[in-house]
Design a protein around this ligand. Sequence first.
Ligand SMILES: *Cc1c(COP(=O)(O)O)cnc(C)c1O
Length: 411
Amino acid sequence: MALINENYLKLPGSYLFAEIGRRVAAFKAANPEANVIRLGIGDVTRPLPSAVIEAMHAAVDEMAKSESFRGYGPEQGYSFLIEKIIENDYAARGIKLDTDEVFVSDGAKSDVGNIQEIFGVGNTVAITDPVYPVYLDTNVMAGRTGALGGDGRFEGIVYLPCTAENGFLPALPAVKVDMVYLCVPNNPTGTALPKAELKKWVDWAKANKAVIIYDSAYEAYIREPEVPHSIYEVEGAKEVAIELRSFSKTAGFTGTRCAYTVVPKTVMGYTKAGEAQQLNKMWNRRQTTKFNGVPYVVQKGAEAVYSPAGKEQVKATVDYYMTNAAIIREGLKSAGLEAYGGVNAPYIWLKTPNNLDSWAFFDKLLGEANIVGTPGSGFGPSGEGYFRLTAFGNRETTEEAISRIKTRLKL
Ligand SMILES: *Cc1c(COP(=O)(O)O)cnc(C)c1O
């Protein structure tokens, strides 16, 4: 009899996007003339930069000739890409990394899901709340939690609430924690942590021999000078932090798939006997055993993100989304709503008016303004009473959405 991993049964069905789809379909059936605007998507909409397209076309042609054909590449990524990553994303900010500390992958989602594998099942995990659901769900699957409680929290997980009351700054855990996930800039709240806040986390991790898993998928959207672009800008972070980045939101690679994870050789985990082990070696073993690398064509496309033309094109796209973000944020505020984020991230997090719950506001926004967003409660219990709008739409529909919120939403 093949037994199953029963931890999977602890997870509720992925209710959020299915329920959104159900409610939108029902609304459209009842109101066929309504022009529904979707500001709920967490996916980019602008095409790949032309520098990336050209590089990928050239790489495809290389694959067509026996002299330049490539089969399996290094599991960790080609050095042409790793060197560009180090030079542009790290050395340019005064951070020194070795080429064997960067691992190219097919996505930050996979890396987030896979990285927990190199840690003990008995570790206590802390997550900020609300947050990108992958951190929690992958740890549930691995058996690092108990059951889901009636309060929407999994037993054994340390939730760090991030709300308007604490300025979306997670407090250091009050209990013993071994691993913490930080998502900066944050999905869904759109807020970021200034260097002084990150320093507290690094010092805490050092004092507790804990590891910080730092997801920086939205790094390209950082605008404020006090927000570090890498956790390694904080002194001591190379001893305690693993950093994940992705070309998805930076350069439109959500469907093309390329990301990377930095595991400095100085980050340690421990055996039960207290002996330090390099996490870099373990991650290398994991990747070389279970992963065969990102396609050459895709890595050539990612390399082009760092060319002068690529950088300019990426900046233009990110600026486009960030102009949308400013339109949404300022528009919500002038409509009298409380809005956060949208300054260092493509997400705007609004407090629902009159203490409506997230789903009640979803229905109100859809019914009165025909706009679809994402209920904050879908990202964790502390997201209740909040709502996420994204800047990934086009300019025209973003402007139209804000004009509808101002004129049609009854506040
Ligand atoms: C979109 C997103 C990712 C996923 O990135 P991929 O590289 O496309 O897998 C990871 N983390 C956060 C917080 C995200 O929002």
